[in-house]
Design a protein around this ligand. Structure first.
Ligand code: HEM
Ligand SMILES: *[C@@H]1O[C@H](CO)[C@@H](O)[C@H](O)[C@H]1NC(C)=O
Ligand SMILES: *[C@@H]1O[C@H](CO)[C@@H](O)[C@H](O)[C@H]1NC(C)=O
Ligand SMILES: *[C@@H]1O[C@H](CO)[C@@H](O)[C@H](O)[C@H]1NC(C)=O
Ligand SMILES: *[C@@H]1O[C@H](CO)[C@@H](O)[C@H](O)[C@H]1NC(C)=O
Ligand SMILES: *[C@@H]1O[C@H](CO)[C@@H](O)[C@H](O)[C@H]1NC(C)=O
Ligand SMILES: *[C@@H]1O[C@H](CO)[C@@H](O)[C@H](O)[C@H]1NC(C)=O
Ligand SMILES: *[C@@H]1O[C@H](CO)[C@@H](O)[C@H](O)[C@H]1NC(C)=O
Ligand SMILES: CC(=O)N[C@H]1CO[C@H](CO)[C@@H](O)[C@@H]1O
Length: 332
């Protein structure tokens, strides 16, 4: 009898804790807007399907935007706030002739306007970014993945934090691992998500040191294939620190989401030190080799799982944050 009471009390305590954490810790869920804005996800998908084929290079910028958003104060749309829009790396944001990133912000604003018209004040900018990133990759023939929704928008825009959160292209393996661990991502995720560099471009200034001044004595990065380096210097990045010219990160396959990026890594042709770093750790290198040798479908499936995981990084849910009306501005 006494044992029973103790047992019951135990289960009541467990239940109470579970219920309490369920109410304070709202979770992301698939189809969060199912009741509050049933058409939200299809409107977003249709907008992407209608517009990305005319501007395919935008898909990369939009995928990268979701990554940057999640690495700074969690996936909360703070990357879109006006104060931070120019912070992540100066070289990137303002100088691309096609102005990729700026066009990315404009694209998100247009998507947000569509969902605002359908259901004002319901769909967060953070969810728009997450859904647009997925839908853009799908339109380019890449993998799909689940995007549970219910993210709320943050209200802090801090340039210093933006610079701190985003891993730099000169990071080594240890630096990268630490940076990813801060948002709950491990080495598997690091290798898989870096595979996003199978699409898109990088400015010469993002890897110039590898070509011109690796250790400060006018030398090249010895871990970069010398033939590739010579070609880059001859035809693309002709002067040090050129922040205007850009190159394809996965030359010849820049618009195709595939495992070719990993093949380049094994040929010592990853563009950034952070790409090359993935082959400096034996476990990571083995994983890269597996991805190269396996069917693309393995990469696609695993990439999708890591994207879903990244999309949960420090999210705000429930009553935290707000649903911004304009993605560039905090509601007043
Ligand atoms: C592992 C650490 C990472 C580093 C150090 C890094 C760094 C960079 C840099 C420096 C650029 C080129 C910027 C420029 O010069 O214009 C770039 C481009 C890009 N990154 Fe990453 N990145 C990392 C991880 C990721 C992740 C996790 C994703 C997405 C899941 C991603 C997606 C992209 C895409 C799609 C582009 C091309 C953007 C465009 O064409 O506009 N990157 N990245
Ligand atoms: C954000 O800042 C840009 C540039 O300063 C400006 O053109 C734009 O109108 C601002 N957006 C909003 C919604 O105020
Ligand atoms: C970006 O530009 C601002 C203002 O010009 C400057 O203060 C800052 O140091 C630059 N940051 C980087 C990473 O170059
Ligand atoms: C690009 O490089 C030029 C020349 O070094 C410099 O004047 C300019 O400020 C740089 N732009 C950015 C956005 O860093
Ligand atoms: C990029 O866009 C900004 C703002 O619209 C503009 O001032 C700048 O000249 C553009 N840069 C290039 C290289 O087109
Ligand atoms: C921005 O973030 C940095 C680094 O976390 C912090 O030192 C600084 O106080 C913050 N600035 C504001 C205005 O909150
Ligand atoms: C990383 O996390 C995933 C689960 O999210 C797990 O399957 C994988 O084994 C982990 N990788 C490492 C190296 O711990
Ligand atoms: C190479 O780096 C060293 C040390 O940072 C610097 O003093 C030198 O001016 C750089 N040379 C070039 C060509 O950028
Ligand atoms: C920014 C950062 O974390 N840099 C570190 C990268 O790794 C080197 C060597 O492991 C450290 O000295 C840096 O501080």
């Amino acid at each position: 009898m006494e044992k029973n009471i103790a047992g019951n009390l135990f289960w009541i305590a467990v239940l109470t804790i579970v219920l309490a954490s369920a109410t304070t810790q709202a979770q992301l869920q698939l189809g969060f807007y199912h009741r509050s804005c049933p058409k939200a996800e299809s409107l977003i998908r249709e907008f992407v399907q209608d517009h990305i084929p005319n501007a395919p290079s935008l898909a990369a910028a939009l995928l990268r935007m979701h990554f940057h958003d999640c690495f700074v104060q969690g996936c909360d749309g703070s990357i879109l706030l006006n104060v931070t829009t120019t912070t992540p790396t100066n070289a990137t944001e303002k100088t691309a002739p096609p102005n990729l990133t700026l066009r990315g912000f404009d694209f998100i604003d247009r998507v947000k306007a569509v969902v605002e018209e359908e259901c004002p004040g319901v769909v967060s900018c953070a969810d728009v970014v997450a859904l647009v990133a997925r839908d853009s990759v799908v339109v380019t023939g890449g993998p799909s993945w689940n995007v549970p929704t219910g993210r709320r928008d943050g209200t802090i825009s801090n340039a210093t934090q933006a610079l701190n959160g985003i891993p730099a292209p000169f990071f080594n393996f240890v630096n990268l691992t630490k940076s990813f661990a801060k948002v709950g991502l491990n080495v598997t995720d690091l290798v898989l998500l870096s595979g996003a560099h199978t699409i898109g471009i990088g400015h010469c200034s993002s890897f110039s040191k590898r070509l011109y001044n690796f250790t400060g004595v006018g030398d090249e990065d010895p871990s970069l294939d010398s033939e590739y380096a010579a070609n880059l210097k001859k035809f693309k990045c002709k002067i040090p620190n050129d922040n205007v010219t850009f190159v394809e990160m996965d030359p010849g396959s820049v618009r195709t989401f595939d495992t070719h990026y990993y093949k380049l890594l094994l040929k010592r042709r990853g563009l950034f030190q952070s790409d090359a770093a993935l082959t400096t750790d034996s476990n990571a290198r083995d994983f890269v080799t597996n991805l190269v040798n396996g069917p693309p479908s393995n990469f696609f499936a695993a990439f999708g799982l890591s994207m879903e995981k990244m999309g949960r990084a420090h999210v705000k849910t429930g009553t935290q944050g707000q649903i911004r009306k304009h993605c560039a501005l905090i509601n007043n």
